[in-house]
Design a binder for this molecule. Structure first.
Ligand SMILES: COC(=O)c1cc2cc(CO)sc2[nH]1
Length: 246
């Protein structure tokens, strides 16, 4: 997978050189390029923003530098078929979910446009539709100062799903949201820690009972912390008898 990120703060993406994502880049699994939007300006001051039409506080990102940067990105991999996906982090975007992470992990080429200020001139989003599958995306119902932190999160969420990135692919199966529920609690040695014992079932060696206990805990946690997920969950997957534990 190729990933291109455009930002006025390219150094914000430095953490993507670390840990599993950094190793994926060294291993050639992930081909990540970060571009400074200002290198696509033509004026002496390398201007990327201006005042908003219609008034209001703050500044808006000018369209021309973005069109230059995104054209360069779209042309970066002429060999590959189809339009790259352009993710535009935005508080007004569709919600980023694990399902979307899985969907994006199947793409050949992802591009991320990191807005700052009050956002990017809307005409860029419209224009980009000729070159990209444009997806405004939000990490959640809160507002950051720019798209970079959202991109760090999304690149990690997507990158870790690529084959060869995490050591044991099994660990991707039983994690929160992989089956629509929150994950069960985990424990390790010592068996007793500060007078707190590990649930006895986990020491029983009875793998059927352990699996049942873990499933109960998934439903209990989801019911307590994210009832919205439970409503969305396909009730037919859990026999009624198991719900009695909730
Ligand atoms: C959860 O917040 C976000 O995903 C988010 C993305 C962006 C982009 C901004 C600059 O236009 S502010 C902002 N917040």
């Amino acid at each position: 997978m190729r990933i291109d990120v455009v930002s006025i703060f390219p150094e914000y993406l430095a953490p993507l050189e670390l840990s599993l994502i950094g190793k994926a880049r060294q291993d050639g699994i992930l081909d990540l390029h970060v571009h400074d939007l200002r290198s696509f300006t033509t004026d002496r001051h390398r201007t990327v923003d201006d005042t908003p039409y219609g008034g209001g506080a703050g500044m808006v990102m000018k369209p021309e530098p973005w069109s230059q940067a995104l054209t360069a990105v779209a042309e970066a991999r002429p060999g590959h078929q189809g339009k790259p996906v352009l993710i535009v982090p935005s508080p007004a975007g569709e919600r980023f979910t694990q399902a979307m992470a899985h969907e994006l992990a199947g793409e050949e080429h992802l591009a991320f446009a990191c807005g700052r200020y009050e956002g990017i001139d809307e005409r860029v989003i419209e224009w980009a539709g000729d070159h990209f599958d444009v997806r405004p995306v939000s990490l959640g119902d809160y507002v950051l100062n720019g798209g970079e932190v959202a991109v760090l999160a999304m690149v990690e969420a997507v990158g870790r799903l690529l084959p060869g990135v995490v050591g044991n692919p099994e660990s991707l199966v039983e994690e929160s949201h992989s089956d629509g529920l929150l994950e069960y609690p985990v424990y390790t040695k010592p068996a007793v820690w500060r007078d707190r014992e590990v649930p006895a079932i986990l020491l029983s060696g009875n793998h059927g009972k352990i699996a049942q206990w873990r499933r109960h805990e998934q439903f209990r946690r989801t019911s307590e912390r994210r009832p919205d997920l439970l409503e969305a969950f396909d009730a037919g997957k859990l026999p009624r008898a198991d719900r009695s534990a909730l």
